[in-house]
Every structure is written in C-alpha cells, then in structure tokens.
Write a protein that binds this ligand. Structure first.
Ligand SMILES: [Zn+2]
Length: 274
C-alpha cells in the first residue's frame, strides 16, 4: 500500500513571546520549536486533539528563548520525547538543563534524517543566535507524491540558500518581522536595539516578499499557502505583512498562493495538504 502523504499544519503561536508549530500526518506528529511554556503548549496541543506523548519528536531552529524554552524541553524529556537540533544549539541549551537530559538530544548536520514517517532536512540561516540557527524542510510521504513543508524563521539578510531550500514546497512558513517604514518611526524599542538586533537579524516584509517571489518564479510546484511568522507587535501589523507578500505575488501573477497570518495570542488556521 502506498503511504498517504496527506499532512496538516497549525502554527500554535508565533511572535517574540513564543513560537511553536504542529505538523502531523495519519501516523506521526512533530513540533517545530517550543518557545511557549509547558502548560500553554500542552493546552494548545489538546485543543487539536494531541498530548505531548503523541509527539514523535521536537525540532528546534535555534537556542533563543522564544524558540526553545527550557521548562518546555524538560517536560518533553520527562515524557521521553526526543529533541532534534544542531550540535551548537544542544551545547547552548544544555547550559540551563541537567546533564541527565543529554542523551535525549538527537543532533544532526547536513544529512537528512527521519522522525517517524517524516523526512527532515535542514539549512543554515544567518541570525544572532549563539550555537547557530537552521531552517527545516519536512517531507510527508515518499517519491513524487511527497508533500514538502518548509519553515524558516529569524533570518537576517535573506540569501540565495534560503530561497533555494524553499523551492518546490507545498507549504511555506516564513518570518515577516518588520515593516521598513514602521521601524523608522517612534516605537517603545530603543534605537540601538533596532540597529544591533532587529535590522541585521530579522527579515522585513520586503525581504519576505522578495524570497517568496523568487521561490514562486523558480519552482515547478507552487505552495498552496504561505504562513507569515514572527510578525512584530511594535514594527508591523498583520495587515501590512499579509498585504505586502500578497500584493507582490499577485502583481507577478501568482494569485493562487494563499498568504496566511500567524498570531502571538491565538493559533493560526489549520492547513490540510491532501
Ligand atoms: Zn531568534
């Protein structure tokens, strides 16, 4: 029997207050990033009919607290859920964890690996995170019918590697952090934080739209939908982020790609890829 590639995705939360995305098919469920507290994570999983024990693994993009919360990692480890990350991220995260959890990390480098029935590849992303930062391509099913889901968050200046990694995805999750005009105006964030931490290490709506346009133009398969991650509360609005990418793709004739927002305080709509 040919295994069904059908797969579902829900972004549980996405913002500087915490990021976590659930991906599941008929056999397995995985979480990408765990930047929400353990109780919140459990509650959001339950709202979709899952418990922590149902997870086959947790992928971590980088060691910033809004993507890998120590208390939530400990909860996974207590349930013997493996956590997958690059060696640098393991080194940084372990500083605030007991050594007894060391064996539950599964580190990877460039080679693809399996979590249950999902095949996963990673690619490097430039970001100011100690230990490094990666994006993921996650495949459900095998062969020509496989569904490809790509996720990239917290990237600085987008480079060709990101666009290359996102080619031919059936679903893309990509950060669209700030609006270039809004970040120049007054905000509660000090100027040095904008200059040192946001502008070089987070993507603008323009960066995001540019990557998406490049991917659309160079792909044989267009994404059914794109989730915009990590939309800033101080320097962006959901409407601006969505309309920027949408208008850019529509103007180039890619009207069929749905641009979906994600939220800091509620879950996104769920996409089911058949
Ligand atoms: Zn980060």
């Amino acid at each position: 029997m040919i295994e069904s590639p059908a797969v579902s995705v829900s972004v549980l939360r996405s913002s500087s207050s915490g990021n976590s995305t659930l991906i599941w098919n008929s056999k397995h469920a995985i979480l990408v990033d765990c930047g929400l507290g353990p109780r919140v994570t459990e509650g959001l999983l339950a709202s979709l009919g899952f418990s922590i024990r149902d997870l086959s693994g947790v992928l971590v993009t980088h060691a910033h607290n809004d993507h890998s919360k120590t208390t939530t990692l400990e909860r996974f480890f207590r349930h013997e859920i493996p956590v997958y990350c690059i060696p640098g991220v393991k080194r940084v995260v372990l500083r605030s964890l007991s050594d007894k959890y060391k064996p539950q990390f599964r580190t990877f480098s460039k080679v693809s690996f399996m979590i249950g029935s999902f095949r996963v590849t990673s690619f490097p992303v430039s970001h100011d995170a100690e230990g490094g930062c990666v994006g993921f391509c996650i495949f459900s099913g095998v062969g020509a019918r496989a569904k490809k889901i790509s996720l990239v968050t917290d990237y600085g200046m987008p480079d060709g590697r990101i666009a290359e990694s996102l080619l031919d995805s059936h679903l893309i999750l990509i950060a669209s952090n700030y609006c270039s005009r809004m970040i120049e105006g007054p905000s509660p964030v000090p100027e040095y934080v904008k200059q040192r931490h946001i502008l070089p290490y987070q993507p603008s709506n323009d960066h995001c739209a540019g990557v998406l346009l490049h991917v659309a133009r160079s792909s044989a398969v267009l994404p059914e939908a794109v989730y915009l991650l990590h939309i800033s509360k101080n320097h962006n609005t959901i409407e601006r982020a969505v309309s920027h990418s949408q208008d850019t793709l529509h103007a180039a004739g890619y009207r069929q790609i749905r641009i979906l927002p994600t939220y800091r305080d509620s879950s996104s709509e769920t996409t089911h890829l058949k």
